[in-house]
Design a protein around this ligand. Structure first.
Ligand code: NAI
Ligand code: MG
Length: 367
């Protein structure tokens, strides 16, 4: 069997800085952790525009379609703000998402005990929290037709249309059930079947898909009740699957239960490839942070945890994902903080590379 393949796209700003720390972990796996990846590195975003005149070259796009997983840093920056819309750095990321047809957006909300004080909720409500929100990303009200602002009588009317086909619901539900199988085997589907026909169909199709996953305990909740439950008792959930609009809101709310932008990973998954692995793009939620770029201040943990997600969801290495997450937990428990995580008096921040080195040392200690 050939080694699993990874395409690494560090991008702009702090992207390359945080990705350098992930490279240390990938190298650690090759040298000591018994996992060798075939890694290719390429350009995306502003740096790709500088070299090729486009934010994502065709050859890079083709490579992304071939590999087992893509890991991206961040794109964009003030230098590119005045570029034509068609070649803006973000267009590179959008092209990847569109051409890989990444319809399931995964946003975990995971609380590390050492950072539980960062939460806006009481410590005991979030300590140990580990949930995953799966948001449908390529359909729903952001795309449905008709849409627009129209004249109607003597006033205007703004229209957007929530529209889901059975196959669109089926595929995101299946992705969510697959994740639930790799986690706590609990899935809660959220819609508004009480007031929306698309919600009725959503509930029906998710229930039907559930027959293929008898081991997963499936429940349904109206999305507004779900929002309440998320802030009241978030630990009752394991995986949540929901549509594009509700998922946009619920995933942002859930992410903030746990604190800093520098800690938040994400993944976007598409259809299974010939080898059974889903098309996959892993990236931190944060952007290129031009205000701190080049200063060694960026927190690499969001990118490191994105790699841990790749281990779990693309490479079936759940135990190794646990190992990386435990290493992060340990360095935080030891008191290491990048500047974005400072709260306590008298704590000196560590640099991006010191944080990465500490995670690697914790991996060493785990053997
Ligand atoms: P941002 O996420 O880059 O930064 C927001 C704030 O959080 C800044 O103060 C930044 O210093 C801080 N921050 C972000 N990541 C951090 C980390 N790892 N460690 C420590 N602090 C961190 O969002 P912003 O400022 O709105 O956008 C900056 C640029 O990034 C823009 O060009 C924007 O278009 C782009 N962007 C790219 C994204 C992507 O590549 N997926 C997502 C969001 C924005
Ligand atoms: Mg949002």
């Amino acid at each position: 069997m050939s080694n699993p393949s990874l395409l690494i796209l560090p991008g702009d700003g702090i992207g390359p800085e945080v990705m350098a720390e992930v490279r240390k972990i990938i190298d650690w796996y090759g040298a000591k952790g018994g996992l060798t990846f075939d890694v290719t590195e390429d350009l995306v975003g502003g740096c790709a525009y500088d070299k090729h005149g486009v934010p994502l070259a065709d050859a890079t796009m083709a490579k992304a379609q071939e590999v087992d997983a893509v890991l991206l840093g961040a794109v964009g920056g003030p230098k590119y703000d005045n570029l034509d819309f068609s070649v803006k750095p973000e267009r590179g990321l959008l092209r990847l998402r569109k051409e890989m047809d990444l319809f399931a957006n995964l946003r975990p909300a995971q609380c590390f005990d050492a950072l539980a004080d960062f939460s806006s909720l009481k410590k005991d409500i979030v300590a140990g929290l580990d949930i995953m929100i799966v948001r449908e990303l390529t359909s729903g009200i952001y795309f449905g037709e008709p849409r627009g602002i129209f004249e109607e009588g003597n006033e205007r009317v703004g229209i957007n249309t929530q529209r889901y086909t059975e196959s669109e619901i089926d595929r995101v539900a299946r992705a969510a059930f697959e994740l639930a199988m790799k986690r706590g085997k609990k899935l809660c589907s959220m819609e508004k079947a009480n007031v929306m026909e698309s919600g009725i169909l959503w509930r029906e199709v998710v229930t039907k898909v559930g027959e293929d996953y008898p081991e997963v305990a499936l429940s349904h909740m109206y999305a507004d009740a779900g929002a309440m439950q998320l802030v009241r008792a978030p630990k009752q959930f394991d995986v949540i699957v929901t549509d594009n609009l509700f998922g946009d809101l619920l995933s942002d709310a859930a992410a903030m239960l746990t604190g800093s932008l520098g800690m938040l990973p994400s993944a976007s998954l598409g259809a299974p490839m010939a080898n059974g692995r889903p098309k996959a793009l892993y990236e931190p939620v944060h952007g290129s942070a031009p205000d701190i770029a080049g200063q060694g201040k960026a927190n690499p943990i969001a990118c490191i945890l994105s790699f841990a997600m790749a281990l779990r969801y693309s490479f079936d290495q759940g135990a190794e994902a646990d190992r990386v997450e435990a290493a992060v937990e340990k360095v935080l428990a030891d008191g290491l903080r990048t500047a974005d995580l400072l709260g306590e008096e008298g704590v000196q921040p560590v640099s991006t590379s010191q944080m990465g080195d500490a995670v690697v040392a914790a991996l060493d200690a785990s053997l």
